[in-house]
Design a protein. Structure first.
Length: 94
């Protein structure tokens, strides 16, 4: 699930994986939809959220997640689309 969508960040949350062995880490991959040059970050297996930062305003991103434990890695989730918000107006009208 993607929440707290801002102009340069989004919060990604997921359910704890049900696995026979303890989850070592999750891999969150994301990229601009029109480029799909994946950026990856590993998140502790005890966490179920990650805030992706430094995104471009009003841009469509795709993301996916997989889990890793001592037996190997899961398949990626299906792709999720998210569009960041437009950047706020930085000008003051007098």
């Amino acid at each position: 699930m993607v929440t707290n969508i801002e102009s340069s960040s989004v919060l990604v949350t997921w359910l704890q994986a049900q696995a026979i062995e303890l989850i070592i880490h999750y891999t969150v991959e994301y990229g601009l939809a029109n480029q799909i040059l994946w950026q990856a970050v590993n998140v502790s297996g005890t966490l179920t959220e990650y805030k992706i930062r430094n995104l471009a305003p009003y841009s469509l991103y795709v993301l996916r997640i997989k889990a890793l434990n001592g037996l190997g890695q899961s398949d990626f989730t299906s792709l999720r689309n998210v569009t960041t918000k437009m950047a706020g107006n930085k000008y003051t009208c007098l």
